[in-house]
Design a protein around this ligand. Structure first.
Ligand code: FE
Length: 355
């Protein structure tokens, strides 16, 4: 049975040292002994909500007998916590979203390489770190979403087209503080360079319907309500709304459709959810076993379906709601570079006036 480290989490919030962490996972005293014996537990820090990961972890415990201690929290808080815990850290694995965060953890020296032929064979090369520090679990797409009532798909083509004066006052997108937008711009920087990316950011800002506010769902709702004609948002939000129990969310989502941009050139922007093993993992063998388990077909199918994301394994089917949004060509770029350019992207957005 899995246990949430609620007490540990409270300690992290108050920055008080936790005695209970030491009792189970202090690697200064026990790592040598542990490596000699069968691993019995693994500690997972997850930026994904419990309901979106726990059943996979439960199945891992059933299969291997290795207990999983799950701590959920905000991604940046979990990364800060791993950094501040240092060598005495209890985290074995971090599960998070966005390449910007996976690379941030790597650049801060919080990760370790994982040598696994299974992971190399299972995950496409562009969806894992060249030095094996992070591995994608799913991909997510950030295309154009348009108002079915006000926009004809023939009016759309590439994302760069959204800078045309035709879209003046018609575009909704969240703020530049959002990492998904930072990665969108970083990916453009990688592929098109600074001058063209700056031109795009300025042109997009000029067409904003309103100062950026809210999350991706709010942009979709704004399109549905006629406050803007176009949103840029991750498709799993639209999928979540379409399959929601809340009728108003379903009704809003049904007024909006996906358009896949850049299909005749570099492909639509994608990002990942992913995982890594921490540098000071007290249970690295159990952590590696869990990483590999998460890439097994059955785990991938469940995880991708429940997160409304695309499995990284091509032999696992997409969910029906994602299939209904159509197939598309995705960007195929070095995601590590996208993560590395996160800071540059934010500076560029700032200069472009993207609040
Ligand atoms: Fe999200």
């Amino acid at each position: 049975m899995l246990k949430q480290l609620t007490l540990v989490f409270i300690c992290s919030l108050t920055l008080i040292a936790c005695d209970n962490k030491k009792s189970s996972t202090d690697n200064t005293a026990s790592s040598a002994e542990e490596s000699q014996t069968e691993p019995t537990e693994v500690n997972v820090y997850s930026a994904r909500k419990e309901a979106l990961i726990l059943p996979v972890l439960d199945r891992f415990t059933e299969k291997t007998g290795i207990k999983v201690n799950l701590l959920t929290g905000k991604a940046d808080a979990l990364i800060s916590r791993i950094a501040s815990e240092g060598k005495l850290g209890s985290a074995d694995i971090l599960i998070t979203t966005d390449i910007g965060r996976l690379m941030r953890a790597k650049q801060q020296g919080l990760t370790q390489p994982v040598e696994s032929d299974f992971l190399k064979q299972t995950i496409p090369v562009n969806l894992r770190d060249t030095e094996n520090h992070w591995f994608a679990l799913t991909t997510r797409a950030r295309p154009i979403l348009y108002s079915i009532a006000n926009v004809k798909p023939e009016q759309l083509k590439d994302i760069e087209g959204l800078t045309s004066p035709d879209w003046l006052g018609k575009i909704c997108i969240r703020s530049s503080s959002n990492i998904y937008n930072q990665s969108l711009i970083a990916a453009m920087l990688v592929q098109r360079g600074e001058a063209l990316t700056t031109e795009f950011a300025k042109g997009l800002v000029a067409n904003f319907a309103r100062p950026p506010k809210g999350g991706d769902r709010d942009q979709i709702k704004a399109v549905a309500a006629g406050q803007c004609d176009i949103a840029i948002a991750n498709t799993y939000y639209l999928a979540g709304m379409l399959t929601s129990q809340d009728e108003s969310q379903v009704a809003a989502a049904q007024k909006v459709k996906v358009f896949w941009p850049n299909q005749s050139n570099r492909g639509a922007h994608i990002n990942v959810s992913g995982t890594l093993i921490t540098k000071h993992s007290p249970n690295p063998e159990a952590a590696k076993a869990l990483l590999e388990f998460m890439l097994e077909k059955e785990s991938q199918a469940w995880y991708a379906e429940h997160n409304h994301e695309y499995p990284v394994r091509s032999d696992v089917e997409q969910s029906e709601v994602l299939k209904s949004m159509g197939s598309f060509t995705a960007e195929n770029i070095d995601l590590s570079k996208v993560g590395e350019l996160n800071g540059e992207a934010l500076k560029l957005m700032d200069k472009a006036g993207w609040k």
